[in-house]
Design a protein around this ligand. Structure first.
Ligand SMILES: [Zn+2]
Length: 73
């Protein structure tokens, strides 16, 4: 996953994948971000939004800029 080489749009520095850790103490394997369409409705039975994909987070090693990339499931 982290083998994709991304460059910072602001300074051209190397970006490496990071994991955002929220303050709710989620288990590491559950801490990844996911997304759904804005018009998606919660599942009647599950109460959860249908996942459209995952979010990868990259941090610039030079200036600290953070970018999010969506990857369709
Ligand atoms: Zn940068």
């Amino acid at each position: 996953m982290s083998d994709i080489q991304r460059k910072c749009l602001d300074c051209g520095g190397p970006m490496s994948e990071i994991r955002i850790i929220d303050k709710q103490g989620a288990m590491p394997e559950e801490a990844g971000l996911e997304y759904s369409a804005t018009d998606a409705e919660r599942g009647f039975w599950s109460g959860a939004y249908p996942k459209a994909g995952k979010i990868s987070t990259y941090l610039c090693q030079n200036c600290g800029a953070v970018r999010l990339f969506g990857k369709k499931a």
